[in-house]
Design a binder for this molecule. Structure first.
Ligand code: CUA
Length: 341
């Protein structure tokens, strides 16, 4: 049997290693400049949240400094010394008790006032003058974006103009989801039977990935989206392209349209002039999107054909059923959908 001191020494060494290595490993997973970074703000909403973070960070640094200084002083001043008498014992110190009740209340006030201001400012239901209104619907497991004033409906890819106020109306047709595009601002729940709002102005053109941030079923993790912020003239071009008449499909794509129109696809999907389903994503301009299955895969003929033949193999529990298409049928529909740009 080992002597007890050696066991204790090993234990202490193990704790020191764990205390040093585990935080280092955890911190190694952190990065500043990741696509879904909350510390890189690209809208007024995201910036307002960063400002609140800064207030909280400085408040906690101040509290830590006071607590550690007091702790250090007590440890040194009252350390055990041979022959030292018992320090004076304090009980029921009114001034101390009032102070440590008021101090945290003041700290909470400093944090709460700006936080509540940001919450209220960014969830107003009335649009600013000139704001672009978009209805956001969270579905299991994809995102619908409707632009009522522009008569545009799209899915999983939200296009916004830089420098113009935007009002997002969040609707939940099935279960609770949470809309979150970290670089553009905080999460907000999408709740059935209730309309939540986000008002923001994106300031920098670019692509910002987002993610459903509330567990909403089997494929919650596969409920991604991309927000594409355009310079104002590029946004106008995107709108014009969305509103332009659809091209007449040719060759395999024309054959694909015939198959699409004769299958159950039409019961769930809208393609203007062809079908008017409302349960699945609007496919009118499907070919203009860069990804399929709510951001899971790049939009290529191969990926789309595989998706059409067996959606659940790609996205577990996807609501779209496998329709028993042959590979040739799936390829033709895929050619048709990709021609819709
Ligand atoms: Cu939708 Cu999680």
């Amino acid at each position: 049997m080992k002597p007890r001191t050696s066991v204790r020494r090993q234990l202490r060494r193990g704790l020191a290693v764990a205390g040093g290595v585990l935080p280092a490993l955890a911190a190694g997973g952190c990065a500043w400049d990741v696509p879904q970074s909350t510390v890189i703000a690209r809208s007024d909403f995201a910036r307002a949240i960063l400002d609140v973070y800064a207030i909280i960070t400085w408040a906690t640094i101040g509290i830590a400094a006071v607590v550690f200084a007091a702790l250090g002083w007590v440890l040194l001043r009252y350390r055990g010394r041979p022959g030292a008498p018992m320090p004076a014992q304090v009980r029921g110190h009114t001034l101390l008790e009032i102070s440590w009740t008021i101090a945290p209340a003041l700290v909470l006030l400093v944090i709460a006032v700006p936080t509540i201001q940001v919450v209220f400012r960014t969830q107003q239901a009335t649009a600013e003058r000139g704001a672009l209104e978009v209805v956001v619907r969270g579905w299991q497991w994809w995102w619908e974006f409707r632009y009522p004033a522009l008569d545009i409906v799209t899915a999983n890819e939200l296009h916004l103009p830089a420098g113009r106020p935007v009002l997002l109306r969040l609707e939940g047709p099935d279960v609770i989801h949470s809309f979150w595009v970290p670089r553009l601002g905080g999460k907000r729940d999408v709740v059935p039977g209730r309309i939540n709002h986000i008002s923001l102005t994106a300031d920098t053109p670019g692509e910002y990935p987002g993610q459903c941030a509330e567990f909403c079923g089997t494929s919650h993790a596969n409920m991604g989206m991309r927000v594409i912020v355009h310079a104002p003239d590029a946004f106008d071009r995107w709108v014009a392209a969305q509103q332009a008449p659809l091209p007449e499909p040719q060759g395999e794509a024309a054959e694909g349209r015939t198959i699409y129109a004769s299958q159950a696809c039409v019961g769930c999907h809208t393609i203007r002039g062809v079908s008017a389903g409302v349960l699945g994503p609007d496919l009118t301009r499907f070919g203009a999107r860069k990804t399929i299955a709510a951001g899971m895969l790049p939009s290529t003929p191969e990926n789309l054909t595989a998706w059409l033949m067996d959606p659940q193999a790609i996205k577990p529990a996807a609501k779209m059923p496998a329709l028993g298409l042959t590979e040739a049928q799936a390829r033709a529909i895929s050619a048709y959908l990709l021609s819709l740009r």
